[in-house]
Design a protein around this ligand. Structure first.
Ligand SMILES: Nc1ncnc2c1ncn2[C@@H]1O[C@H](COP(=O)(O)OP(=O)(O)OP(=O)(O)O)[C@@H](O)[C@H]1O
Length: 188
């Protein structure tokens, strides 16, 4: 049965890290979907930029982050599901893979779109939290226009998460299995 896990958390809380750990443990039963992918691919096409560099975690992505946020907000204002729909297109076409891990959920409207589109019983929400010191040690520094806008803060006051997971320490295999058990996702 299709299950969609929506993973959110502030920058450098470990959303990608956790998604990859879960995917590895689920061994072929899951795929990772990133809402930022269609944002980046449309942005790259529009501005004739290098998409593969934009998709990696580095200075190139950071250089365009603020402008991409502003532009994608304008698109979302007209259609809040626009990027979620594009990001999920391939995943829906490959339903043989039962679990989808959405690794960069940032807004209440993202959650709303998934619940409306797939029904609430298929959707699980995770909020990852890390202390500011932990995030700094992972390379985060506060940037005005990025850390104080809705793409980063909209979910701060959302109180409907199914699971809130602290991520300050190394997650060992037992911790990953424990989380998968809580999510009721099957692994071997
Ligand atoms: N529990 C953990 N143990 C060890 N390293 C971790 C852990 N969680 C995250 N990291 C590391 O911290 C860094 C930031 O994590 P990650 O890229 O997953 O954050 P993110 O929330 O996806 O960030 P962003 O929103 O900026 O894309 C990565 O180098 C990742 O490997």
């Amino acid at each position: 049965m299709l299950k969609i896990v929506l993973i959110s958390g502030k920058r450098k809380c470990g959303k990608d890290y956790l998604s990859e750990r879960l995917q590895k443990r689920l061994d072929g039963r899951s795929r990772i979907v990133r809402i930022s992918e269609p944002i980046k691919s449309e942005w790259a096409r529009k501005h004739n930029l290098n998409l593969s560099e934009l998709l990696t975690d580095g200075p190139y992505k950071e250089k365009f982050r603020r402008d991409m946020i502003e532009w994608s907000d304008e698109v979302r204002a007209k259609d809040y599901g626009y990027f979620c729909r594009l990001a999920m297109k391939d995943a829906i076409d490959h339903q043989a893979i039962p679990y989808v891990l959405v690794s960069d959920v940032r807004r209440k409207n993202d959650i709303k779109w998934f619940c409306e589109t797939f029904s609430k019983d298929k959707v699980l929400t995770i909020r990852l939290t890390s202390r500011p010191e932990t995030r700094s040690a992972r390379g985060w520094t506060f940037s005005a226009g990025i850390d104080d806008v809705s793409s980063e803060c909209d979910l701060d006051d959302f109180d409907g998460f199914d699971f809130i997971i602290p991520n300050d320490d190394e997650l060992d295999e037992e911790a990953i299995d424990h989380l998968l058990d809580k999510l009721q996702l099957k692994y071997k």
